[in-house]
Design a protein around this ligand. Structure first.
Ligand SMILES: C[S@@+](CC[C@H](N)C(=O)[O-])C[C@H]1O[C@@H](n2cnc3c(N)ncnc32)[C@H](O)[C@@H]1O
Length: 200
């Protein structure tokens, strides 16, 4: 049986492979593996999330604390830190994903503090920005609890940025987020994906 990408300690045989792709005019290299989201390509939703974030936040400093929540092999981490000078933390429930994220940071000469954690269980820190391509396959209840936990781990006026497909419930997720964030704006819509910027 194929393992879920959100398995904590994957037991499937490792089969590391590498791909090169151009993002925002820059060549990036990634190693990916079995039982880790996503295989051999940049996810379109994550690309739109990072592209939109970079366009709307060009002047950040290394004092800015950012979290790539559910980092997978580390696309969001590597792409953001290749273009913005921020202090990055990357976390995932999947230990194999966390190891790949560390490896991909080294491959692309960028830095992040990579942590294995189910949600925020293994670290207690507040962030200015949290970026999330949510693990839809874990189910609505789990995803919504991660959204609520994210709110609790933001500084005052901190922002959660989420990518969600229209057909995966963008409208109802926005309504849920509006029930506790002070403002929620749809800052980009492309190819069936919406980018939600949620301000605490
Ligand atoms: C849709 S993938 C996005 C991966 C990566 N950000 C990317 O853009 O390629 C969601 C990620 O969330 C992780 N995840 C699932 N449940 C989690 C949890 N409870 N805590 C932390 N990460 C989780 C999965 O392992 C997966 O890597």
């Amino acid at each position: 049986m194929t393992e879920h990408y959100f398995t904590q300690s994957p037991e499937s045989e490792s089969n590391e492979q590498e791909f090169v792709d151009t993002f925002n005019g820059k060549e990036l290299r990634f190693v990916y593996d079995a039982s880790v989201f996503s295989k051999g390509k940049i996810d379109k939703g994550s690309a739109l999330l990072v592209q939109t974030f970079i366009e709307l936040n060009s002047n950040l400093s290394d004092k800015i604390q950012m979290l790539d929540l559910g980092c997978g092999y580390g696309f969001v981490t590597v792409a953001i830190t290749s273009f913005l000078d921020v202090s990055m933390t990357s976390s995932d429930i999947n230990q194999r994903a966390v190891s790949l994220c560390e490896k991909n940071c080294r491959l692309n000469s960028v830095q992040s503090n990579c942590i294995q954690s189910d949600g925020f269980n293994n670290f207690d820190k507040l962030f200015d920005f949290i970026l999330l391509n949510p693990p839809i396959r874990t189910g609505k209840k789990k995803v919504y609890s991660i959204l609520k936990e994210s709110y609790n781990h933001l500084n005052d006026n901190g922002e959660l940025w989420v990518v969600i497909r229209v057909k995966q419930g963008a409208k109802s997720m926005k309504t849920y987020l509006q029930s506790f964030f002070s403002s929620v704006d749809t800052v980009a819509k492309k190819g069936g994906y919406h980018i939600l910027r949620c301000e605490k």
